[in-house]
Write a protein that binds this ligand. Sequence first.
Ligand SMILES: NC(=O)c1ccc[n+]([C@@H]2O[C@H](COP(=O)([O-])OP(=O)(O)OC[C@H]3O[C@@H](n4cnc5c(N)ncnc54)[C@H](OP(=O)(O)O)[C@@H]3O)[C@@H](O)[C@H]2O)c1
Length: 217
Amino acid sequence: MTQTIAILGAGRVGSSLARVAVASGYKVNVAGSGSADKIALTAEILMPGATPMTVAQAVKDAEIVILAVPLHKYTEIDPQLLAGRIVIDTMNHWRPTNGAMDELDNDPRSTSEIIAEHFTGSRLVKTLNHIGYHEIEQDAVREAGKPRRALAYASDDAKAGATVAGMLENFGFDPVSLGTLSHGRILEPGQEAFGVWFSKPELEKLAREQISTAASH
Ligand SMILES: NC(=O)c1ccc[n+]([C@@H]2O[C@H](COP(=O)([O-])OP(=O)(O)OC[C@H]3O[C@@H](n4cnc5c(N)ncnc54)[C@H](OP(=O)(O)O)[C@@H]3O)[C@@H](O)[C@H]2O)c1
């Protein structure tokens, strides 16, 4: 099992994921845009068990790095720090927050394929985009035998995808592989899977239909 997860972004998604990761037995490093001191109180109150750090410190011993910063801030993160690491892209192009982003708006690819060009050398996996921050703890089910929400992931690196699938499972979700990063569009705002509770068979069926429709165009 992966031991250490670095979460970059100590906001709504970052703090929800930190709590679930701590509850699932991971060592959690969390960072905001500044010093560890700046998020120390937030971490103590909202993420007990997670350790506040700078971005550079947080990623140092992490097997998985979760990007939970606003999408328009992704270029602030130094790709060299993340080279060789499994990096989860939770980020959505959320216009009220991010505004227009020309490099995304004029490109038909999934936002993660574009972001992957910045994080060259990282093993990028797109997931956690289609669940609201407030549902992350609410829908995580770690008890055996209870229905679980399915969360899909997409990656061009099958091994990285499998590691992340294991993490999602430990968090209390049923992972569903979409295949390559290009299929990650299925997880983006405005798509049918966005913000909806699906079981694994339901999400697999939806993904199969959407992938085959996309392939026929
Ligand atoms: N909200 C949702 O339900 C939801 C669901 C799925 C996916 N997402 C995606 O998840 C991401 C985070 O959303 P959110 O709602 O959690 O946002 P948020 O509450 O605004 O939190 C964003 C966090 O990112 C930090 N940050 C900004 N620039 C940074 C940098 N350069 N390095 C490290 N940390 C930095 C901010 O810290 P400072 O205060 O120090 O700037 C803040 O802690 C977004 O991309 C969003 O699209 C959101």
